[in-house]
Design a binder for this molecule. Structure first.
Ligand SMILES: Nc1ncnc2c1ncn2[C@@H]1O[C@H](COP(=O)(O)OP(=O)(O)OP(=O)(O)O)[C@@H](O)[C@H]1O
Length: 456
């Protein structure tokens, strides 16, 4: 089999030599160019598998070459070599289409990882096809133009190593998108490690992220690897990144920039090779303006941004999504898959879905238990008239468990749910994570309930 071929562009002969020897040992052949002009010429008549370019070249800027490659060979993975600590240009290059960067002085392990990643990159797909998605990965349902555009973005960004920030309302599929980006990229054999930044108690945060040495604090009975080490070779998904306290934001930025972490109580740093994907339903730029999120970290994690559309913005996807969810639910509950009547579908299309697809899942799960027969009627959906309306507190106070009287079932159940949630929150001094645990529900489900009940 023929060796892969890399184009290496630098005007420093020592660096070219270092690159060609290292790549040669990995059985990757190289062709060298010392200027932009030479690189452009070689690209015209040689089919390369990857390109590695310095940013400062005698006749121009390496970013120009990145842009040129995006135009003439958009499928060719290109990485840039930057001066030490020059994160700004590294970010600029990734925004222009570079899949990764390497800082000087060149660390050979990082170089080898980068080359392996480049050569593993899948042939590009204009859209993510079912066949590209490894079995067991979640599916992204919806044929609307918004979803087709999202699929194309996922296919494109999954090939890059650049940090991705996903924004979108609650329940719109941000974690699902993060999982797909991982599953379609060169790190798919590595771990995908999701972490809910809002759910880790402040005092444990450093040790959770970076690990700790035995005896470094009371309760540290053994060495423990942190999330960065667990995600080594794969993707670390920072969900609800806006909830990170400022002190932790500084430490995180350092770990991302240095590509190394120091476990609590350890004297040495450990190198980690992790791709960062983050998400939040909050407006990070606004939090930066308000001084609640560090601008430097914002720039570092938001190199490429992806937005998940709300369900209201893609109503046409509701029938397909609803049927897909019903199929999953019926399999899980071992019942026949029911069909939605036309009026049920109409009802769903008119509903505002503040909790998006997660709310659709909850509505359908409840409907599946309520419906008798093979059809789900609009009544089985129990759609609230005004989803986010906060119920009159005086009316709610009249409701006591066990005495429903003439009170509509929905309102009655909501009151009981609200009381249970409030009781747990008060018991746990409004610590949502502990309250969720006490109620036996996930943190996500808790957040959804708080929003639904107007308690946030
Ligand atoms: N396009 C889609 N097709 C199929 N299922 C979807 C789609 N989008 C979201 N889901 C499902 O909806 C649920 C919520 O998605 P997910 O947890 O990814 O949302 P999220 O935006 O990360 O929510 P949050 O902001 O609350 O963390 C999951 O069960 C997910 O599988």
């Amino acid at each position: 089999m023929k060796n892969p071929l890399a184009l290496i562009v630098d005007d420093e002969p020592d660096i070219l030599e270092l690159l060609s020897i290292t790549l040669g040992r990995m059985r990757v052949d190289t062709k060298e160019a010392a200027t932009l002009q030479e690189a452009r010429q070689l690209l015209e008549d040689t089919p390369f598998d990857m390109c590695l370019t310095d940013l400062r070249l005698p006749d121009g800027d390496g970013i120009e070459l990145v842009k040129h490659i995006q135009q003439v060979k958009p499928n060719l993975p290109v990485a840039v070599i930057t001066a030490h600590g020059n994160m700004q240009t590294a970010i600029e290059a990734m925004k222009a289409g570079a899949f990764d960067f390497l800082s000087k002085p060149i660390d050979l392990n990082t170089l080898r990882d980068l080359v392996k990643n480049a050569l593993h990159l899948q042939p590009p797909a204009p859209t993510t096809k079912e066949s590209d998605i490894p079995t067991g990965s979640p599916r992204l349902i919806g044929s609307s133009s918004r979803m087709s555009a999202l699929r194309q973005t996922i296919a494109k960004v999954s090939r890059s190593q650049a940090p991705i920030h996903i924004t979108g309302e609650s329940g719109t599929g941000k974690e699902l998108v993060a999982r797909l980006i991982h599953a379609l990229g060169p790190r798919k054999e590595g771990p995908f490690v999701p972490v809910n930044c809002g759910a880790i108690p402040g005092e444990l945060m450093e040790s959770e992220f970076f690990g700790h040495k035995k005896g470094s604090f009371t309760g540290a009975i053994a060495d423990k690897p942190g999330l960065f080490q667990t995600a080594d070779g794969g993707t670390l998904f920072l969900d609800e990144v806006a909830d990170l306290p400022l002190t932790m934001q500084v430490k995180l930025l350092r770990a991302i920039q240095e590509r190394a972490v120091r476990p609590v109580g350890a004297s040495k740093e450990i190198a980690v090779n992790v791709r960062i994907v983050s998400a939040t339903h909050k407006d990070l730029a606004e939090l930066v303006n308000a001084g609640q999120f560090r601008q430097d970290l914002f720039y570092r994690i938001n190199v490429i941004s992806v937005t998940t559309p709300s369900l209201r913005d893609r109503i046409e996807d509701i029938p397909e999504l609803a049927q897909y969810i019903l199929k999953k639910l019926s399999e899980r509950h071992h019942v026949d898959e029911p069909k939605l009547t036309a009026s049920a579908i109409n009802g769903l299309k008119k509903y505002a879905f503040p909790g998006n697809i997660r709310e659709l899942e909850n509505i359908l799960e409840r409907a599946l238990t309520l419906a008798d027969g093979h059809e789900i009627e609009i009544e089985d959906l129990q759609l609230p008239d005004s989803p986010m309306e906060v119920v009159d507190p005086a009316a709610l106070a009249m409701i006591t468990p066990g005495k429903r009287g003439d009170i509509p079932l929905d309102m009655y159940l909501e009151k009981i749910e609200r009381d249970a949630v409030l009781e747990a929150l008060e018991f746990c001094r409004w610590n949502k994570t502990q309250a969720a645990r006490k109620l036996g529900i996930s943190f996500r489900a808790m957040r959804y309930k708080l929003q639904k009940l107007g308690l946030e």
